[in-house]
Design a protein around this ligand. Structure first.
Ligand SMILES: Cc1cc2nc3c(=O)[nH]c(=O)nc-3n(C[C@H](O)[C@H](O)[C@H](O)COP(=O)(O)OP(=O)(O)OC[C@H]3O[C@@H](n4cnc5c(N)ncnc54)[C@H](O)[C@@H]3O)c2cc1C
Length: 473
């Protein structure tokens, strides 16, 4: 080590930072990591993990109702929010402790402090003012919820940071936003017994997802009792004797106990001192990096949500790992962002990998769609009205599967496996050649023989190549 206190200083012990620190230390680097809140970061403390625990909690509502059709008599179920919050807290504390232990075992020093950049090789620890010099600095400070739109009374609202620890289950809640976090919490709270109003700026939820799947999620939310208000924004929030009154742009007002803003997240770079080192940020405040996560300053790298590439835990982890391999493992590694499988944990859930139908039609000359919607076997006896829907998007010229989208039970689990298939360049004929697992819902994936639509790009006529891909059947 050449005159620096450490080889690597990591700012932020979340998904990306922890992975980078551990792998770098494994290569023999002297590593220090600073965390200003709780080790584990957003995913463990106030993101994926506590959210999924709450999703599980919410689904018992449907299970209790379904049980009757199978012969069970279930006494009136009573839900206890405080018990769920306490259980959640115990679990995330356990996970955070494991992260700490693993960092310690790898030889990483942990400092419980905010850290700020002083220059290209220097960090200041806010807890005690200590200065640490580092050969490399890794910025993995994640993101923070955006409090938008900026309207009077917004200070009465909460974000996903606070929602996990509410002292009581709200009786009435208004959620602002149509992204995956907003719809997941709408689905959770509606099932836990809250009267949920979801206010969405655009015409539908989940912008960027397959159009049909967006509609299935929207309909399922409505079916769960969520009052969905589209093409609407909140105009102001007033505090009254009966809670909060949210006036919407359509002139109506909704009385609630809690307002949650879930309109997006911004990279967490404010006050980080990156300007002192000359690190370039984009307009949103995201750290600009190259394919190896290097900033414009040779000694400073950034991974995870703070770079605003793909804001998902597995991506942050992969980026942190690739960084450590490249710098400390003498193994130049870039992350492949193609075909990232992902899930939206509404109930039922949405699992997806690859291109949406529209993206495929924009990019390919011939696109085949195979789609099915059916009532899952379990729903026949339970009497549940839910449907499972699947869509396979195929390159009509090469037969390669470009995307798979599933709305139904366990769709997230299926998306993980389908991610491998799509990554491997699987073809529709591979699906057809695969024997079904019976009786499952997933067997539909290998039994969809008849395409439901074909779209071909019109190459003749005035518009010429590049014209719209049109339906031919
Ligand atoms: C409600 C919610 C649900 C989500 N659900 C999913 C999901 O189901 N699946 C999925 O893949 N992703 C999900 N995500 C996204 C996922 O949590 C993030 O993509 C992931 O945590 C990013 O990891 P990261 O390392 O970039 O940042 P983070 O995990 O956010 O870690 C950054 C850490 O840096 C710390 N920090 C910040 N500034 C400083 C500083 N100056 N000094 C010291 N420490 C600092 C922060 O306290 C934090 O602990 C969810 C996010 C939210 C908010």
């Amino acid at each position: 080590m050449s005159g620096f206190d450490v080889d690597l200083f990591v700012i932020g012990a979340g998904s990306g930072g922890v992975r980078a620190a551990r792998i770098a230390a494994g290569y023999g680097a002297k590593v220090m990591i600073a965390e200003e809140f709780r080790v584990g970061g957003t995913c463990v403390i106030r993101g994926c993990i506590p959210k999924k625990l709450m999703v599980y909690a919410s689904r018992f509502k449907d299970d209790f109702a379904d049980a009757a059709g199978f012969g069970w008599t279930v006494p009136e179920p009573i839900f206890n929010w405080q018990k769920l919050v306490a259980g959640k807290e115990a679990e995330i504390s356990r996970l955070s402790a494991i992260y700490r232990t693993n960092l310690g075992k790898a030889g990483v020093s942990i400092v419980d402090s905010r850290a700020e950049v002083e220059d290209a090789h220097k960090i200041r620890l806010k807890a005690d003012g200590r200065e640490i010099t580092a050969k490399y600095i890794l910025v993995s400070t994640g993101g923070t919820p955006v409090l938008e739109p900026s309207i009077p009374g917004l200070e009465y609202s909460i974000t996903s940071n606070e929602v996990f620890d509410l002292p009581n289950l709200p009786e009435r809640m208004l959620i602002i936003g149509g992204g995956y976090i907003a719809v997941e919490f709408a689905s959770v709270f509606a099932r836990l017994g809250t009267k949920v109003t979801l206010v969405v700026r655009s015409e539908n939820v989940l912008r960027g997802f397959d159009e049909d799947m967006r509609c299935y999620v929207r309909d399922a939310l409505s079916h769960a009792g969520v009052d969905l208000k589209t093409v609407t924004l909140p105009a102001r929030i007033d505090k009254g004797a009966n809670g909060l009154s949210v006036t919407l742009t359509d002139g109506t007002a909704v009385e609630v106990d809690q307002v949650m803003v879930a309109t997006g997240r911004h990279p967490h770079t404010k006050g980080l001192g990156l300007d002192k080192a000359g690190v370039e940020l984009d307009a949103l405040g995201a750290v600009k990096v190259d394919a190896f996560s290097k900033t414009n300053i040779d000694s400073i790298y950034a991974v995870g949500d703070v770079t605003n590439r793909v804001a998902l835990t597995p991506v942050a982890i992969r980026e942190g790992h690739a960084f450590a391999d490249t710098i400390f493992g003498q193994k130049e590694t870039c992350v492949d962002y193609a075909n990232i499988a992902t899930a939206v944990f509404t109930t039922p859930e949405l699992g997806t990998v690859g291109l949406t139908e529209q993206q495929a039609r924009d990019q390919f000359d011939c696109v085949d769609i195979y789609a099915a919607s059916f009532r899952p076997l379990k729903a026949t006896l339970s009497g549940a009205q839910e449907k499972t829907s699947m869509k396979i998007v195929v390159d009509g010229l090469t037969d390669r599967v470009l995307g798979v989208h599933i709305f139904g039970d366990h769709a997230g689990e299926l998306a993980q496996v389908l991610g491998i298939v799509v990554k491997m360049g699987g073809r529709k004929s591979d699906f057809d050649d695969t024997m079904a697992v019976h009786p499952t819902s997933a067997e539909e994936l290998v039994t969809m023989r008849t395409r439901t639509a074909r779209y071909e790009r019109e190459t003749i006529g005035e518009e010429g190549p590049g014209a719209a891909v049109v339906a031919v059947d």
